[in-house]
Design a protein around this ligand. Structure first.
Ligand SMILES: Cc1cc2nc3c(=O)[nH]c(=O)nc-3n(C[C@H](O)[C@H](O)[C@H](O)COP(=O)(O)OP(=O)(O)OC[C@H]3O[C@@H](n4cnc5c(N)ncnc54)[C@H](O)[C@@H]3O)c2cc1C
Length: 449
C-alpha cells in the first residue's frame, strides 16, 4: 500500500482516485477550488463534454460506468445547420454507435462522490498546491491562509492545463511547449421548450459550420442544449472575430447573418453573448511525464489539447486505465517501473491526439459543409460495410475503438492519401458504390501497408 497524493480533483483526478483506492492505496485528493457538490464552482461555465469509447473503457474498468451513464445523453450523428437553416444529418458510424453528452459539473460531482464512497479516499478542497518536492513527494498546499505539508510515496499532478506540479518539474530537465490557437470560445445556452421538450434533436451534435468559425450544441438531460461559439479572437478579411462583435448591435447583426436559425432557439442569444466570458484554447506538450518514479503528470496537466475531437478528458481517462493496467502487470510496489512505462507509452499518444484534434477542427468548421467531404464520408462508410476488417474510418478509430491514438493518426494519413486519389477518379460522384472503386481502394491499401 502506498500513500498517494493527487493534486487536482477535476475530471481526471476523480477517476484516478477511484482506480488507485480500489487497489488498496491510501489516496488523498487536493483541489484548489471548493467542493463542487456544495458550491457552484462551474458558475457561468457549463460546458458539455462527450464521453466516448475510451472514456467508457476506463470508467468500466474503474467500476463507475453505470453511475456515469445515468447522467448522459447518447448522440448518434452530426446535424449541420446551413445559413438558410437547412439541416443535414450525418451519422457518426454505419452501425449506429453513439458518443455521450454529459455536463462537466455533473460528471465531476458524480466521480468525486464515487471516490468518496471508498474508505481509503480523503478529499480536501480549498487546498492550492504551491510546491512539490520531486524527490521526497512532499507537497505544500495553501489552505485558509495556512501552509499545509503533505507527505506521500507518489504524487500525481492532475491539476489541469496550468498545472502547478508541472511548473515545478519545469525547473529541471524538461521540454515544454504551449500554443494558443487563434480561436477562442463562448458559451450559449439553448433552453428547452416550456414543457421541457427539446427544441432540436437531442441525439445529434448540432454544428453550424461557417468555414472560419462555427457554433455547436450538445444536449443536456433537461431538454436544453449547451452551445459553444468558436471564433478567431481577431477578425481577418475572411472572417469576423470576437474583436469586432462587441456591442449589442454588432452581435444582433452577427447572429442574424450567420446563425439565423439559432435565434428562435435562444431568443436571448445576444444578451448571453455579451454576458458570457470569452475563453482561450491552448495546446500543451511536455516531457517527461514523470520524474524519479515519484511524481507524474496525468490528464490535461500532461497533454492539454483543443476540444474539437472531444477527446481531452477521454484521453485522460485512458491515461488512468493504462496506469492501472501497468500496476496489474508490474505490481503496486514498483512505481519507478510503472511510471516510466506509463510515461513512455502515453506521451506519443498525447502528441497524436493533439494533432488529431487540430485536424478535426478543420473538419468541423469547414469540411462538414463541403460536398466532397460528404462524398468521402459516404465512400468510407461503404468501404467499411464491405470490408469492416480492412477499413475503419479515422473518426471511428478515435471515437469508437481502443486503437492507440498514434496508430490511428498514422492510419488516418494513409486513408487521406488513398481518398485523395479516389476522389480524383473521373465520375466518382456516380460510381462511388461500384465494385471497381472498392477493388481499387483495396489494391491501394495492400500496396501501402
Ligand atoms: C470547450 C471545451 C470542450 C471540451 N469538450 C470535451 C469533450 O467533449 N470530451 C472530452 O473528452 N474532453 C473535452 N474537453 C477537454 C476536457 O475538458 C479536459 O481534457 C478535462 O477537463 C481534463 O481533465 P483534468 O482533470 O486533467 O483537468 P481539469 O478538468 O482542468 O481539472 C484540474 C483540476 O485541478 C485543480 N487545480 C488546478 N491547479 C491546482 C493547484 N495548484 N492545486 C490544487 N488543485 C489545482 C482545478 O481546480 C481542477 O479541479 C473540452 C474542453 C473545452 C475547453
Amino acid at each position: 500500500m502506498s500513500r498517494i497524493t493527487i493534486v487536482g480533483g477535476g475530471l481526471v483526478g476523480g477517476l484516478l482516485a477511484v482506480f488507485l483506492a480500489k487497489r488498496g492505496h491510501a489516496v488523498k485528493v487536493f483541489d484548489r477550488r471548493g467542493d463542487p457538490r456544495r458550491t457552484d464552482v462551474y458558475a457561468g461555465r457549463s460546458i458539455n463534454l462527450v464521453v466516448s469509447h475510451r472514456g467508457w473503457t476506463a470508467l468500466r474498468a474503474a467500476g463507475v460506468e453505470e453511475a456515469v451513464r445515468a447522467i448522459t445523453v447518447p448522440v448518434y450523428a452530426r446535424m449541420t445547420h446551413d445559413r438558410d437553416g437547412r439541416l443535414n444529418r450525418v451519422p457518426y458510424s454505419i452501425d449506429n454507435r453513439a458518443i455521450f453528452s454529459v455536463s462537466r459539473g455533473e460528471l465531476n460531482r458524480r466521480l468525486l462522490s464515487e471516490a468518496e464512497k471508498l474508505p481509503n479516499v480523503e478529499l480536501h478542497f480549498d487546498h492550492k498546491c504551491v510546491d512539490v518536492d520531486l524527490h521526497t513527494g512532499e507537497c505544500v498546499f495553501e489552505h485558509g491562509g495556512e501552509r499545509v505539508l503533505e507527505e506521500a510515496d507518489v504524487v500525481f499532478g492532475s491539476d489541469g492545463a496550468f498545472s502547478a506540479v508541472r511548473q515545478k518539474m519545469m525547473l529541471g530537465r524538461f521540454t515544454y511547449s504551449q500554443e494558443y490557437i487563434e480561436h477562442d470560445y463562448k458559451e450559449i445556452a439553448f433552453p428547452a421548450n416550456a414543457d421541457g421538450t427539446p427544441k432540436m434533436d437531442p441525439h445529434c451534435l448540432h454544428i453550424w459550420p461557417r468555414r472560419f468559425f462555427m457554433m455547436m450544441g450538445l444536449a443536456n438531460q433537461d431538454g436544453g442544449f449547451t452551445g459553444t461559439l468558436f471564433m478567431p479572437n481577431t477578425h481577418t478579411d475572411q472572417a469576423p472575430g470576437f474583436d469586432v462583435v462587441r456591442t449589442g448591435e454588432q452581435a444582433r447583426r452577427f447572429f442574424g447573418e450567420h446563425f439565423p436559425d439559432a435565434i428562435p432557439i435562444a431568443p436571448d442569444i445576444v444578451d448571453q453573448y455579451l454576458r458570457n466570458p470569452q475563453s482561450s484554447l491552448v495546446i500543451i506538450r511536455c516531457a517527461p511525464w514523470q520524474v524519479n518514479g515519484r511524481v507524474a503528470l496525468i490528464g490535461d496537466a500532461a497533454h492539454a489539447i483543443v476540444p474539437f475531437y472531444g477527446e481531452g478528458m477521454n484521453a485522460g481517462y485512458e491515461d488512468c486505465k493504462v496506469l492501472n493496467d501497468l500496476l496489474n502487470e508490474y505490481g503496486d510496489d514498483n512505481w519507478a517501473e510503472v511510471l516510466t512505462r506509463y510515461a513512455a507509452e502515453r506521451k506519443p499518444n498525447g502528441d497524436a491526439i493533439a494533432d488529431l484534434s487540430l485536424r478535426n477542427f478543420v473538419e468541423m468548421r469547414d469540411l462538414v459543409a463541403d460536398p466532397k467531404f460528404l462524398l468521402r464520408k459516404k465512400i468510407e462508410g461503404h468501404l467499411q460495410q464491405r470490408h469492416p476488417d480492412k477499413w475503419l474510418p479515422l473518426y471511428s478509430q478515435v471515437k469508437f475503438s481502443d486503437i492507440a491514438y498514434k496508430d490511428a493518426w498514422k492510419e488516418g494519413l494513409r486513408h487521406d492519401r488513398i481518398m485523395e486519389e479516389v476522389l480524383a477518379i473521373p465520375g466518382i460522384e456516380e460510381k462511388w458504390e461500384s465494385a471497381e472503386v472498392v477493388k481499387r481502394v483495396m489494391g491501394m491499401l495492400e500496396a501501402t501497408v
